[in-house]
Write a protein that binds this ligand. Structure first.
Ligand SMILES: Cc1ncc(COP(=O)(O)O)c(C=O)c1O
Length: 383
């Protein structure tokens, strides 16, 4: 494996004038060589790297099957179809997520029913989710937000089908030692450029049975029959294929995965120390009860009463990128208009969403860069 480098990242000793970016993928010569090999092979799609990537990803998580798709959103869509969620159904899910987890429910004609989140983990609160279950609930869709494992055993107790949104959670581990995505439910992973593993765009769906995999593989490829008979599309399908170029990058990224996850955890530890003295600032929750976070982003909660826009502007002036992350889904204009959601419905989520700020976070981030971010934040909050 070639030496990785953070593409476009500032040098390790970033000076005062250099911008500290929010995210940087780790890519290197291995990925470059792999891409060139695919280009030279002439087989850019539906080639051998797709099953190779799927098999290695499944082995990494200890699951029987995985299907590579074009995005995490596509994985969620196909997962909901695979477990039979459809028109008129309700899916209980978190309002504190990237919008795709709720949108996927709408793609299949079902309604996302939100329930509030746990203030520590920021994941769907099991008690609130239980209270939101009705006779029309056909599935639960917990999100492992910011890579922290959702309380799957609590959701499993209801006996309802579950789809896991693990798009942010590669590398996370449940208290019983099971990797997130490895509990037997369809679990969607995303490979956008800021993720723990990237293929530029892309996704993976982990699956427990050969039947589910056959269905997903067909539906990602326009509903083509498993024997790939060109004219026989025996079900409705989509073009959710990953290319061989992306799969080749994914295979190289799997080689690097343990190192990249360890680097992310190291950067998170450095942040904890650097930010510890800032009064009123809340840091991502520590691992507890045996759950292990798969570090994806470093999101802090600003002290109440602080104007986040001003903080972001102050950080920008000091060369530090930041982003409000995440807004509450139910308060987005589309969801308000479509479902009549109003502020006050999910107070924990709304409070967190108003105060959360993602700071620069990537595996190659140096101690100096973390210190610069921490100093800048302390300065801006002190004004
Ligand atoms: C929680 C969550 N769900 C779903 C997605 C969708 O993944 P993608 O952007 O690959 O479609 C993302 C990715 O940003 C995510 O963070």
């Amino acid at each position: 494996m070639s030496a990785p480098r953070a593409q476009g990242a500032p040098p390790a000793q970033a000076g005062a004038g250099e911008v500290v970016p929010l995210a940087q993928p780790v890519l290197g010569e291995a990925e470059e060589r792999a891409v060139i090999e695919v280009l030279r092979s002439g087989q850019l799609s539906l080639g051998p790297r797709i099953p190779a990537f799927e098999e290695r990803f499944a082995a990494q998580l200890g699951v029987p099957y995985a299907s590579a798709v074009s995005s995490g959103t596509a994985a969620l869509h196909l997962a909901l179809r695979a477990i039979g969620v459809g028109y008129g159904d309700e899916v209980v899910t978190s309002p504190f997520s990237f919008v795709a987890s709720a949108n996927a429910t709408l793609y299949v004609g079902a309604r996302p029913v939100f329930a509030d989140i746990d203030p520590r983990t920021l994941n769907l609160d099991p008690a609130a989710a239980a209270a939101a279950i009705t006779g029309r609930t056909s599935a639960l869709l917990p999100v492992h937000i910011f890579g922290y494992p959702a309380d799957l055993p609590a959701f499993e107790a209801h006996g309802l089908p579950i789809v896991e949104d693990a798009c942010e959670a590669l590398g996370a581990v449940h208290a019983d030692g099971t990797p997130v995505g490895g509990r037997g439910h369809p679990a969607a992973f995303g490979f956008y450029a800021n993720k723990q593993l990237t293929t530029g765009e892309g996704g993976m769906l982990t699956l427990a049975s050969a039947e589910l995999k056959a269905r997903v593989d067909s539906e990602r490829n326009q509903g083509r029959a498993p024997d790939m008979g060109w004219l026989d599309h025996d079900r409705l399908g989509f073009n959710y294929r990953l290319t061989d170029i992306q799969a080749a990058i994914g295979l190289c990224q799997l080689d690097r995965l343990d190192g990249m996850l360890a680097d992310r955890a190291r950067v998170a530890g450095t942040y904890r120390e650097a930010l510890a003295g800032i009064e009123g600032l809340e840091l991502p929750c520590e691992d507890a009860g045996g759950d292990v976070r798969g570090w994806f982003v470093f999101v802090v909660q600003l002290p109440r009463g602080v104007a986040r826009d001003d903080v972001m502007a102050g950080l920008r002036a000091l060369g530090v990128q930041s982003k409000p992350y995440l807004p509450a889904i139910h308060l987005m204009s589309f969801y308000r208009e479509r479902f009549g959601h109003r502020p006050g419905e999910f107070p924990v989520c709304e409070d967190v969403a108003e105060r959360s700020l993602a700071l620069p976070f990537f595996p190659a981030m140096s101690e100096g860069q973390v210190a610069r971010v921490a100093e800048a934040l302390a300065r801006v909050l002190d004004r």
